[in-house]
Design a protein around this ligand. Structure first.
Ligand code: UDX
Length: 438
């Protein structure tokens, strides 16, 4: 099949490369000329494991091409995916800024030739697909097309695998013709027995928000349980295990930590609250989830202060990990942003390391000294804070860390290490939802 993907951001590029890997002929379109020029040179603008190999392979096989214009690409395509960004609105009111989606719809419409299915892959509020259809009909009254919604559930850092082996594919359509076209796009997944949820457009749009808000709920829930554990001397890791082995609960997303971040959960929880509010209903659980997440980040700064004896002013703190999670250079809404800013405001000196996110971090957190290794970051510091659980921090030379530090204070906000073992090594070890040792 011939497919066009508009937007070569995270979702668009991963989807385009994976559709090409399915065997389709894919044109990835972006109006950023510099980005397209780099992609044609096989330079990948984001860090995502496996993406470079996939792009290179499919470029060489001529199944994947990049373009700055809609033609060639859109006129030949049977399916056009809109995968442009939907950032939070600058008004700060919880709305997503849909101008890129609507611009793409307006601009692509005149290029449609035969019947085309236009699919929203960007995460958009309920009702956006209908709005896209209206805009396209106005821009090209003679075009024959259907609009569909096909939300993505990709995790950064595991996006290729998630695309190739999804738990499910959700497709919102209101015509059997569009349904058949989209089933054909995803035919390779039928072979591996992926479940398909074929439903109405509005249901598909809401499913994405409900799924992300529920995952965020699990995280805020376990973070509050962790806080109770700290007070009563229980161990949240074991509580999570004991809960998660119940198949109705499930063991994933019950890892206590510094609060969730990233481009999806913060944005999507707020967007779900807006959708509820606009429709005259409440979503009080999600309201609490958002509040608990903000409180968790604030609590982490207090935890660090307490570990340093009640005042971080004038102290040097080593920070390991800045990205909102491992295997990404993404800092959007990362807990590091809030926690580090608080520490800086209180007069702490920060020495940070992250395997991927330091160039981005230097732009938004200028007062921090960026170091080339975790050991360099710990050199002469009063304490070390493990903030993102990169694999390289799971296998630290702990004796070397201890020797580099001025005081052996280890604050592990991802519960990577075992309290007893850390105490034996002579650390004062603080973690989340477990008893402080040493
Ligand atoms: C998420 C969803 O998982 C994905 O389906 C959706 O399409 C996009 O949003 P992503 O933002 O890449 O993906 O990250 P994810 O791995 O889900 O983690 C989100 C945040 O939650 C991270 O900050 C992570 O550290 C945190 N988290 C996750 C926890 O604190 N505890 C957990 O148990 C799991």
């Amino acid at each position: 099949m011939r497919i066009a993907v508009i937007g070569t951001g995270y979702v668009g590029l991963v989807s385009g490369a994976c559709f090409a890997e399915f065997g389709h002929e894919v044109t990835c379109i972006d109006n950023d000329e510099a980005k397209i020029a780099r992609l044609e040179q096989r330079e990948i603008p984001i860090y995502e494991p496996g993406l470079d190999v996939l792009v290179k392979k499919n470029l060489e096989a001529n199944r994947l091409v990049f373009s700055t214009g809609y033609s060639p690409g859109v006129p030949e395509a049977e399916v056009v995916f809109i995968a442009v960004g939907t950032p939070a609105s600058r008004r700060g009111d919880g709305y997503a800024d849909l101008s890129f989606v609507y611009d793409a719809a307006r601009q692509l419409a005149p290029f449609l030739s035969d019947y085309t299915v236009v699919v929203n892959k960007s995460t958009v509020p309920v009702g956006t697909a209908r709005q896209v259809a209206r805009i396209m009909s106005e821009a090209n009254p003679t075009a024959t097309f259907d609009v569909a919604s096909n939300p993505e559930f990709l995790r950064e850092g595991a996006a290729i695998n998630d695309f190739m082996h999804p738990d499910r594919v959700v497709i919102g359509v209101d015509s059997t013709r569009a349904e058949e076209v989209l089933k054909a796009v995803y035919r390779p997944l039928y072979l591996i027995e992926t479940p398909f949820v074929i439903t109405s457009i509005e249901t598909a749009e809401l499913t994405k928000y409900a799924a992300n808000a529920f995952l965020a709920t699990k995280i805020s829930f376990i973070n509050e349980v962790a806080n109770i554990c700290e007070e009563i001397g229980a161990d949240v890791q074991d509580v999570a295990k004991g809960m998660g082995l119940d198949g109705r609960i499930g063991k994933k997303f019950l890892h206590a930590g510094p609060g969730y971040g990233g481009s999806c959960f913060p944005k999507d929880t707020h967007a779900l609250l807006r959708i509820a509010q606009e429709n005259g209903v409440t979503c009080r659980i999600v309201e609490a989830v958002v509040e608990v997440n903000a409180a968790q980040k604030a609590r982490m700064a207090r935890k660090i202060r307490k570990a340093l004896g009640g005042d971080e002013g004038g102290k040097t703190i080593a920070v390991l990990g800045l990205a909102f999670k491992p295997e990404t250079d993404d800092l959007r809404d990362a807990p590091a942003l809030t926690i580090l800013s608080t520490l800086l405001e209180h007069g702490a000196r920060l020495r940070a390391h992250d395997p991927q996110a330091m160039p981005e971090a230097a732009k938004v957190l200028p007062g921090v000294k960026y170091c080339s290794s975790p050991y360099e970051a710990c050199e002469g510091a009063d304490a070390v804070v493990l903030l993102t659980e990169w694999n390289e921090y799971r296998a630290l030379d702990l004796m070397r860390i201890k020797q580099s530090l001025k005081q052996p204070i280890f604050i592990d906000l991802r519960n990577v290490y075992r309290p007893k073992a850390m105490a034996q090594l002579g650390f004062a070890y603080h973690s989340v939802g477990r008893v402080k040792v040493g």
